[in-house]
Ligand binder design. Structure first.
Ligand SMILES: Cc1cc2nc3c(=O)[nH]c(=O)nc-3n(C[C@H](O)[C@H](O)[C@H](O)COP(=O)(O)OP(=O)(O)OC[C@H]3O[C@@H](n4cnc5c(N)ncnc54)[C@H](O)[C@@H]3O)c2cc1C
Length: 470
């Protein structure tokens, strides 16, 4: 593989000191414009704080756009698990129907996406999943935050943080050289806890057993597929397609002929708002970490090779895909799991599966434990009881050893197993909303983020339309 090898030993060099331009001072600085960052910037701005959101790419959305993760999985309560082969082709049948447990900015975003023709609204037909168009998402998300009063800086990678006279100073690497933004409260929405860890927050990575994380996946879209032909195949072979995954017999035939070496157990793809298109989630790269640049380089090259092979398989073997082609892949490989910042509480799979309730609830979730095997093929899904949801306490967003810095999204405090549920984008947006509201409440009351009253954060969230189940 054409890869710069990772050095066996760590040789280091001291960098010369350098000057950085101070770009701005703000009350709340949100780093990362993924689902969590969108929620955080919205929550803080709607609570009346001055907010700057900084993002390394030139657009918002995080995995939703950069990694083409194109459906919000269900954020509705579930009914007993149903397997109805062929019943709801291209959409999951194993979530919902039920009631939404997340509202606020997520509900507004979904409503705006639907209105712009960029999403399918949640319903029984989609299993309460919301497939969306990532290009519409980029535009709608930017407009929504613009209207809330958020200021943006794009193309800026947060590399460091230090405290500077009662405020944080965050250093961004940009084409204009190093740029510093000073802020009273920083919210780390990088997905990876990049800045929380630089600030000294304790972090955990991977499963307790061996530190392995969930695999990476390069998502891609195939267009010009003939849906009716595919549906006819599924109707004829109902045991071969379970809502969003399957095709075992065709995979076996292709593997026997040497046309396919599938890294996961089956083909997994979702419908999109476009009739002739599917979003394919079937590449898999294991034993790689999203905070390691050598692993990321390897995963990009390996997953792109898998994508070519899978697209060719679909064209050659799967009815309805004869004329289809891969029109787009993610700007980057999708990273499921990296650092989990240790907070005042560590959410567990027990809390999730027993639908635990907390006094200081600031967000809720219904998504199952969804574990893609860190070591190879296989995926485990464990559902909450029907009609139930679990609470996420404010303490999961508060690093236990750093004040005035909050985390939101997939890097909040929890176990490896719990993370596999709360990583869903809707839940990330809800924890972001809570972090933004908490930051604004702290700033407005001259308090620190560790000393705010959780009741005041809940009041602000409810004022902004959040659903906390009480
Ligand atoms: C292959 C795959 C399939 C998935 N399927 C689904 C699904 O079907 N439905 C669902 O709801 N969820 C799904 N998920 C999970 C979900 O996409 C993520 O857990 C979620 O997007 C995390 O949101 P986030 O905002 O915490 O982080 P991210 O979405 O990763 O966003 C982080 C943002 O921060 C930016 N950033 C990162 N580091 C820096 C830095 N140092 N400086 C500046 N900016 C930075 C990034 O560019 C990005 O915009 C999937 C994930 C993967 C990888």
């Amino acid at each position: 593989m054409p890869l710069l090898e990772k050095p066996k030993e760590k040789h280091t060099i001291m960098l010369p000191p350098r000057m950085a331009q101070i770009a701005a001072e703000t009350e709340v600085l949100v780093i990362g414009g993924g689902p969590a960052g969108l929620g955080a910037a919205y929550g803080a701005a709607r609570a009346g704080a001055h907010v700057i959101l900084v993002e390394r790419y030139g657009f918002l959305g995080g995995n939703a756009t950069a990694a083409l993760v194109m459906p919000f999985v269900s954020y509705h309560t579930q009914v007993p698990h149903r397997e109805e082969p062929g019943a709801e082709i291209l959409y999951p049948t194993d979530h919902g129907p039920g009631s939404p447990v997340i509202a606020g900015p997520l509900a507004e975003l979904v409503m705006r996406l639907v209105k712009a023709g960029g999403a399918v609204p949640p319903s029984l037909k989609t299993g309460y999943t919301v497939p969306f168009d990532p290009e519409v998402f980029k535009f709608v998300a930017t407009e929504m935050l613009d209207e809330a009063g958020v200021r943006f800086l794009f193309h800026s990678f947060a590399g460091d943080i230090f405290s500077d006279d009662d405020a944080w100073a965050v250093v961004f690497e940009t084409k204009s050289g190093p740029v510093v933004i000073r802020a009273q409260v920083v919210i780390d929405c990088t997905g990876d806890g990049d800045i929380a860890s630089r600030a000294g927050a304790s972090c955990e990575i991977g499963r307790a057993l061996d530190g392995l994380v969930q695999p990476m996946t390069l998502y891609f879209r195939m267009t010009d597929m003939e849906k009716d032909v595919f549906e006819a195949y599924v109707k004829k072979h109902p045991d071969q397609w379970k809502g969003v995954h399957g095709l075992w017999d065709l995979i076996e035939a292709a593997e026997r002929s040497g046309d396919l070496d599938l890294p996961r157990e089956d083909m997994l793809f979702f419908g999109t708002p476009h009739e002739k298109e599917v979003a394919i989630n079937s590449t898999r790269v294991i034993k790689v970490l999203g905070t390691d640049v050598w692993d990321l380089t390897y995963a990009e090259i390996r997953s792109r090779r898998q994508m070519r092979m899978i697209a060719a398989f679909l064209k050659k073997y799967v009815p309805g895909f004869e004329k289809a082609y891969a029109v787009q892949s993610g700007t980057q490989v999708g990273v499921r799991e990296t650092r989990r910042v240790v907070g005042g509480y560590r959410l567990t799979s027990d809390d999730i599966l027993h639908a635990h309730k907390f006094e200081d609830v600031i967000a809720r979730g219904t998504y199952p434990i969804d574990m893609h095997n860190p070591e190879g093929k296989g995926t485990v899904l464990v559902f909450l009881p029907p009609g139930e949801s679990y609470d996420i306490p404010l303490r999961c967003l508060q690093p236990k050893d750093v004040d005035n810095l909050l985390v939101a999204g997939r890097c909040i405090s929890g176990t490896h197993e719990a993370h596999s549920s709360y990583r869903a984008m809707s839940i990330c947006m809800a924890t972001g909303h809570a972090a933004g509201s908490c930051a604004a409440v702290a700033v407005k009351n001259n308090l620190t983020t560790l000393s705010v009253r959780y009741q005041d954060v809940q009041d602000e969230l409810i004022r902004q339309g959040a659903s906390l189940g009480r």
